[in-house]
Design a protein around this ligand. Structure first.
Ligand SMILES: NC(=O)c1ccc[n+]([C@@H]2O[C@H](COP(=O)([O-])OP(=O)(O)OC[C@H]3O[C@@H](n4cnc5c(N)ncnc54)[C@H](O)[C@@H]3O)[C@@H](O)[C@H]2O)c1
Length: 432
């Protein structure tokens, strides 16, 4: 099939590359000229395991193309996926859907034969209705169909998630579009993915409800970890004990820093705004947001306790600063709040991240990027394991850290407190 992905970010580029690998002809469109030029040269703008190989292979095969020309790309395609950003509005309430509506206005100038227009971006309920309205101002309704097909891929595991998703949600009441999309997704359905056809509004809500639920799970176990710290219980035991109950499940049930990333923070806020719009108080999600916002200050207070309020001139090393492992995405990572706050109190920060130096910290005085783990931890007073990369799981701290009195605050509970005690390392985890 001939597909066009509008927006070549995490979602557009990964799904575009995967669809092309399944034998479709895909044009990935972006308004960012540099991104498109780089992609044409084989430079991949994001870190995502396996993506480089997939993009290069299909670009060489000529099944995957890159363009800044939206009009031309849409007119050549049968199915158009909208994959642009839907960030939180500047005033903090609800999703800013302006990128979506701008794309809808552009698309309507290029439809002269039937096209399926799909929102893969996470969009508020009734956005599909609005897109339909915008396009139908210029295009007869029989020439297009607007479908919701929310994306559930996780950064860091995006390619695996594309090929082996738990479910494919198609929100449409149009039989023709449903048939087309079932065929498009048939290679994935045959690998075991469930294909669910719902109304468009239901599909839009499924995405928000899923993210809000996962954010709630994380926040729930984070709060449990606070209690565990007071009663001398290890939260890891609680996660295992709860997670083995099939009704609960162990995923997203590990205590750690506040949830971050490009989805949970903005999507929880957006669904609350939708609830408010319809005068429904989504009080559970409201408290999740509040609890998560408090999480970073709680962990900062814990750092103060560990360092006995003596933060000035302390050398603090951060291992990992992205919001989770296997991604270079810094959006809403808790390190963005923690590091500036610690510097304000006089700390000197060294950080290492497998995805390299971050612009976010380049201008901050007393924040340095180390090119490897060894140099990052070498002179540290306190090592903070912020992100759960495999690279951090087998560090010989006794050998690598020259300062004999160093301490570790493991925000991901990677290491065993018992083993650390045996090694006579002063070690703190979360919820233990
Ligand atoms: N990142 C994830 O893990 C993930 C997972 C599931 C769903 N989503 C959702 O998917 C959507 C996209 O997220 P993302 O992380 O890929 O965003 P992103 O910011 O990485 O990419 C969006 C891209 O769209 C481009 N763009 C914006 N307006 C355009 C236009 N008019 N024409 C062409 N290109 C345009 C931008 O230049 C950018 O490259 C969001 O709604 C997000 O919530 C993201």
């Amino acid at each position: 099939m001939k597909l066009c992905m509008i927006g070549t970010g995490y979602v557009g580029l990964v799904s575009g590359a995967c669809f092309s690998d399944l034998g479709n002809n895909v044009i990935c469109v972006d308004r960012d000229q540099k991104k498109v030029n780089d992609l044409k040269k084989g430079i991949i703008p994001i870190y995502e395991p396996g993506l480089n190989e997939l993009v290069l292979k299909n670009y060489k095969n000529d099944r995957l193309k890159f363009s800044t020309d939206l009009k031309d790309s849409v007119s050549k395609s049968d199915i158009v996926f909208i994959c642009v950003g839907t960030p939180t509005k500047k005033n903090g309430s609800g999703a800013d859907l302006s990128q979506i509506y701008n794309v809808a206005k552009e698309i309507r100038n290029s439809i002269s034969r039937f096209k399926i227009i799909i929102t893969k971006s996470t969009v508020s309920v009734t956005t599909g209705d609005e897109i339909e309205k915008i396009i139908s101002q210029k295009v007869p309704k029989k020439l297009f169909s607007v479908v919701s097909n929310p994306e559930f891929l996780r950064e860091g595991e995006a390619i695996r998630d594309f090929y082996k998703p738990d479910r494919i949600i198609i929100g449409t009441s149009d039989k023709k579009s449903n048939k087309f999309l079932r065929t498009l997704y048939s290679p994935i359905i045959s690998r075991g993915a469930k294909y669910i056809n719902t109304t468009r509004r239901a599909a839009e809500l499924i995405k928000y409800a899923s993210n809000a639920f996962l954010a709630t799970k994380i926040t729930f176990i984070n709060e449990m970890s606070n209690l565990c710290e007071k009663i001398n219980v290890n939260v890891e035991d609680i996660s295992i004990g709860m997670g083995l109950d099939k009704r609960i499940g162990g995923r997203f049930l590990r205590a750690g820093p506040a949830y971050g990333g490009s989805c949970f923070p903005k999507d929880t806020k957006a669904i609350v705004t939708t609830g408010d719009k319809y005068k429904i108080n989504l009080s559970v999600i409201k408290s999740v947001i509040k609890s998560n916002e408090n999480r970073t200050s709680l962990l900062l207070k814990r750092i103060e306790v560990i360092l006995k309020k003596n933060i000035k001139n302390k050398k603090i090393c951060f291992l990992g600063i992205t919001f989770k492992a296997n991604t270079d995405d810094m959006r809403d990572s808790s390190s963005l709040t923690m590091i500036p706050s610690l510097i304000k109190k006089g700390a000197k920060i060294n950080y290492f991240d497998p995805t390299g130096e971050k612009v976010d910290f380049k201008k901050l005085k007393n924040v340095k990027f180390s090119a490897n783990i060894n140099s990052a931890v070498k002179n540290a007073d306190l090592i903070i394991i912020h992100t759960e990369w495999n690279d951090f799981k087998t560090i010989d701290f006794k050998k690598e850290v020259k300062n004999k009195k160093f301490m570790i605050f493991d925000m991901r509970n990677i290491y065993s407190p018992v083993k650390m005690k045996e090694l006579q390392i002063k070690y703190f985890g979360v919820g233990c």
